[in-house]
Structures are given as structure tokens and as C-alpha cells.
Design a protein around this ligand. Structure first.
Ligand SMILES: [Zn+2]
Length: 463
């Protein structure tokens, strides 16, 4: 393509006329309970996704491996550039069901929103990308680039098979850019854009101190596993509650000038919002201002998800537990390796005299960040601003984890968020929802991105 881009009048008209039908389609997709670990639900959602992509005119392939939900691949358009749209059809468990205003898999439309599990994460972020392609084909004809949908079914449970699924067709990783599963507007409607997400390592610590539980009168002479695990864990954080395990910063890249500039431009009021939301007066270690933002962005976290030992029911029981367990997550940044984090925890336990605490690795995904001044990130910001009418805020990383490393790292493909999910969408929580108006906004933003991406003079690889 050359010259000025399309004016999007015809495109926006298609979005307007189709929105009602598209919303019904989302409702149908959301009625499929595709919770992680439910093979029948996942299969039904994979089939629905594949059918939808076929109706779009995409060439569809379903990649399978034993014991993993299928990866649905749909490719549409051609042209010199390829954009990988990385999505998922699995959803978080809907429990606790009693906290939902309407049942999670009986999508309800009220107050201009669709309410159901997956409404934003990720079915309501995936479909606007499909619709953007559909609207483009109808309004303008052939796509300006190739769009490849990579829709997995294991995102909410760690994407552990994604690398192996992609290895079945290594060419799927060959792309010029990638879209992270969704994107956001803040509550004032201001677009927020990021070029990646943190990685994560989940480990379980298991400890057994004797062959079976004992009568608690013997606790004066028998080793209580609960006591010992708590003592081991107490060495993991300093008196301020900050991680004290040596080696957790292994492999980290120092912040680049562009990242530092981005941090300095970020809105510090966000910190007040966090303190107010969680009812705390100060952050750990007295962190505040840019230093707090920097820590939240660049530091490796070490967090107990849960710990359990002995008798935890409502009624007392005089028992000395023989085993104790804790589950921890460690959020990592580029270029940290999950194995090195586990090795650091192992060394720490051994050095403190807790060689008997066993570590079991549950999950491990490296981080993938695209520089905030990269052309695909700034282009996503520009087209979002054009649709939303407000200046975009560019961040460095989502605080959470998305499987971009698996898709992008091999060929150093840049990635960006793109879409219109809102902070009050209640992803992962009861009453998940998406505004119908934002379904249209995301579709309009995505259509403009396809055009702007295809026109970029060059799309550099991530350094
Ligand atoms: Zn998601």
C-alpha cells in the first residue's frame, strides 16, 4: 500500500451495523464453559473458535498434543507483513458462583454490558480482532497484512504446552509483530498501552518431618512440620517484608533510557489509588514515588500464595502435623530464567539449614518486553488515541503474565497490547463484564492498527 490510508468511514459503518449481531455471537461464545482443566468445555470452545475463524475466511489448523488443549491457528490475508494475534479460549474458574449477579455461563446483557465469565478475558478481546478483520474485508477488500490468530486453551493455567505446540509448526513464530491478548482503557477512557508482561515461576515447598501426624502432647519431642516450614519461610523476607533470597536478580537487564523516561512520565497518583484500594498507609520498605513504580516494574517478586499444614477445619484438633506445604510465585523480568530462580531458592534453603524442604516446580514462563518507544507500541498508542480521543499512557509491562515469550522470543518479535478492556471488567472475579460500546471501540482501534502497522517504514526486531 502507498499514499494516505483509508478514511475508515466505510469501516466504521460496518462496525455500527454489525455490532448487535456480533454481540449475540459473543454471548454464544461465552455460554461455553471452557474452564482450564475441563477437556469437554475446552474442546467445545476450540471448535467454536475454529468455526468462527473459518467463517472469516481464514485457513484454519488445529494443532494437538496429548494432554494439552488444542492450539487453534487461523491465518487470513497476505502481504509482506505478518501480525500474530495471541489469544486464548480458556477461562478462569467461575467460582464462587454465589457472588455472581447472574450465572457465569448464562451471559446477561444489562447496563450496556455483557456479563459472563470470559466477557473480557479473553473472548471479548479476541472477537473484536476477528471483527476488525471482517469489517476490513467488507469495507476495503484484501487485508493490508497477514493476520495469524494463535488461540490457545491453557493460558489461565500456565501455557505449559504452548512452546511444544508451536514447535509443531515453527513457521508460526515467524512474524513482524504480535498482539498481546487484549488491551485497555482506564476508567476515564484513556488508552493504556504496554509492550509485554512479566514472566512467572510457581513452586511448591513440601516438607515431611516424620512418618505420620502425632498426638500434640508429643510435640515437645517430635518435629512439627508446620513449625519448621514457617521457620524456613521466615528467612525468605527481611524485617520490612522485602525478598531476602540471594540470586533473585540473576539475569536481569538494567532499565534502558527509554524505560526510565517512561517511568518518569507515569502517573504517580496510581500509587495513591493502590494504597486507598487496599487500605494501607505505606508500602513495604517505605517505598514511594518513582522508586515504588520502579520496584513494581523491575523487581522480581517472591510471594506466598498459600500455606497449609495439619488441621485447618473450624473445630480444634490436637495434632502435630508430619507434613507442611507452601505455594509461592515469583514474577520475573527480562532476561531472567525460571530455572535460575528455582536454583536460587534451593541454594537459600540449603544455606539456611533447610535441605529437607523439597521444591516442586509447577509453572515457569519467562518475561517478554518490547521497548516502550518501539514503533509497534507507539503505533498502538497513536491509533488508540485516534479512536478514544484521549492521549494514551504507555507503560513498560503488564504486572501479570502473558505467553509472549513463547511466541516472540525466538525471532525477537515486538509485541503490543491493543484493545478496550477496562479496569472494572472484573477479569478473573465474579461479575466479569465488558461494555458493548468498548467492543466497538476495540474493533475500530484494531482496524486502524492493521492499516498503520502495514504502512510502517520498518518494524525493527527487539534488541
Ligand atoms: Zn487472559
Amino acid at each position: 500500500m502507498s499514499g494516505a490510508g483509508p478514511d475508515f468511514v466505510a469501516f466504521d459503518r460496518v462496525v455500527e451495523t454489525r455490532l448487535e449481531g456480533w454481540t449475540r455471537e459473543l454471548v454464544e461464545y461465552l455460554a461455553i464453559a471452557s474452564e482450564g482443566g475441563d477437556p469437554a468445555g475446552l474442546r467445545a470452545a476450540a471448535d467454536w473458535t475454529a468455526d468462527r475463524l473459518r467463517r472469516l475466511g481464514a485457513t484454519v489448523e488445529i494443532l494437538e498434543l496429548p494432554d494439552a488443549p488444542p492450539l487453534v491457528v487461523g491465518e487470513v490475508g497476505d502481504g509482506p507483513r505478518t501480525l500474530n494475534a495471541v489469544q486464548h479460549y480458556d477461562v478462569q474458574p467461575a467460582e464462587p458462583l454465589e457472588l455472581w449477579t447472574t450465572p457465569p455461563y448464562e451471559p446477561d446483557i444489562r447496563d450496556g454490558r455483557v456479563w459472563a465469565r470470559g466477557a473480557t478475558d479473553n473472548k471479548g478481546e479476541l472477537l473484536p480482532r476477528v471483527w476488525a478483520v471482517e469489517a476490513w474485508l467488507e469495507a476495503h477488500g484484501p487485508l493490508p497484512c497477514r493476520v495469524r490468530f494463535l488461540v490457545e486453551g491453557q493460558e489461565e493455567t500456565g501455557s505449559s504446552a504452548l512452546d511444544a505446540l508451536l514447535d509443531l509448526r515453527p513457521s508460526l513464530r515467524e512474524a513482524d509483530a504480535a498482539l498481546i491478548e487484549g488491551g485497555g482503557l482506564d476508567l476515564s477512557g484513556r488508552p493504556t498501552i504496554v509492550g509485554g508482561g512479566k514472566g512467572i515461576v510457581v513452586i511448591e515447598l513440601n516438607l515431611r518431618t516424620m512418618t505420620q501426624d502425632a498426638h500434640s502432647s508429643l510435640s515437645v519431642v517430635l518435629p512439627n512440620a508446620g513449625h519448621r516450614l514457617v521457620q524456613a519461610l521466615a528467612t525468605f523476607w527481611d524485617a520490612e517484608g522485602r525478598p531476602a533470597v540471594a540470586g533473585l536478580d540473576a539475569g536481569k537487564r538494567p532499565p534502558t533510557p527509554a524505560q526510565r523516561e517512561t517511568l518518569a512520565r507515569m502517573d504517580l497518583r496510581e500509587l495513591d489509588d493502590i494504597r486507598a484500594e487496599w487500605g494501607v498507609e505505606r508500602f513495604l520498605g517505605g517505598l514511594d514515588g518513582v522508586a515504588a513504580l520502579e520496584a513494581a516494574t523491575f523487581e522480581t517478586t517472591l510471594n506466598v500464595q498459600g500455606l497449609w499444614a495439619g488441621h485447618t477445619e473450624a473445630t480444634p484438633k490436637t495434632v502435630t502435623p508430619a507434613e507442611a506445604h507452601a505455594r509461592l510465585d515469583i514474577r520475573i523480568v527480562p532476561d531472567q530464567a525460571p530455572d535460575e530462580m528455582i536454583a536460587a531458592v534451593r541454594r537459600h534453603l540449603d544455606a539456611h539449614g533447610y535441605a529437607d524442604v523439597e521444591i516442586v516446580a509447577r509453572e515457569g514462563e519467562p518475561a517478554w518486553w518490547t521497548p516502550p518507544d518501539h514503533a509497534v507500541v507507539t503505533t498502538a498508542a497513536r491509533v488508540s488515541e485516534a479512536v478514544a480521543g484521549l492521549e494514551a499512557s504507555i507503560g513498560i509491562s503488564m504486572p501479570g503474565t502473558v505467553p509472549m515469550h513463547q511466541v516472540c522470543a525466538r525471532h525477537r518479535v515486538p509485541a503490543t497490547s491493543l484493545g478496550a478492556g477496562r479496569a472494572d471488567c472484573r477479569a478473573h472475579a465474579p461479575d466479569e463484564n465488558i461494555r458493548i460500546e468498548d467492543l466497538a471501540t476495540a474493533t475500530r482501534i484494531t482496524g486502524r492498527f492493521l492499516d498503520a502497522f502495514a504502512r510502517l517504514p520498518e518494524v525493527p526486531r527487539v534488541p
